[in-house]
Design a protein around this ligand. Sequence first.
Ligand code: SAH
Length: 251
Amino acid sequence: MISFIGAGPGDPDLITVKGKKLIDNADVIVYAGSLVNPEVLSGAKDSAKIYNSASMTLEEVIDVMKDGEERGLKVVRVHTGDPAIYGAHREQMDILDKLGIKYEVIPGVSSFLATAAVLKKEYTLPGVSQTVIITRMEGRTPMPSKESLASLSKHHSTMIIFLSMGMMDEVVEALKEGYEATTPVAVVYKATWEDQKIVTGTLNDIAAKVKEAGIKKTALTVVGDFLGDEYELSKLYDKTFTHEFRQGVSE
Ligand code: SAH
């Protein structure tokens, strides 16, 4: 059984207990070296064979997995954050299905959740936004035509933009089609890593600030009024509100 593991956003303590145990017991480790913090592998067995998939093709990754599996070795495939977000693990799982090789997926803390944590913000503020859009700008991977940033921005929801740091000017232009130019934006570089950087501003000035900070990759852009200070208190903890676990009082 091959284990796909979400390594978390960077801080090596932010992997799940289950993921860490699997890595520490693995014989073969294939990890996404461009973004996974190598410290996540610090507990690996001395005998473990470690491959960095950054320089490998899909076929090579599959060959390593298949070979390990055939030899009865424990193989783990370590992805950054959570594999389900721009992790490209679906194509691997589909080939494993065809080969009749069993696998499991261990989730991880995605960088978009680590970003909320380091910003100390909640993406779903009552009365502000109850919807979170995770997206990216079109780059070498094309975007489906109904998912342009400009059209998504018309919802005024909380939006999280992956993978698009090299196109900050275009991102801002597209976002301004929907959001007010004064809408707050934060860019978080390497959330939870030691060299993490946070840049905050509005759609008007964020591109210049990001350039000034020298951020070119490994960052997320989050936009929306959830970054502001106006919102309604939640019903869940409202003393006049009755729900399954608590009787409300009348005022
Ligand atoms: N599966 C990963 C995302 C992989 S795509 C996850 O769940 O986080 C790679 C992109 O993720 C990067 O270009 C960047 O936009 C973002 N990213 C990954 N780690 C990050 C971190 N620690 N801080 C900010 N952005 C990060």
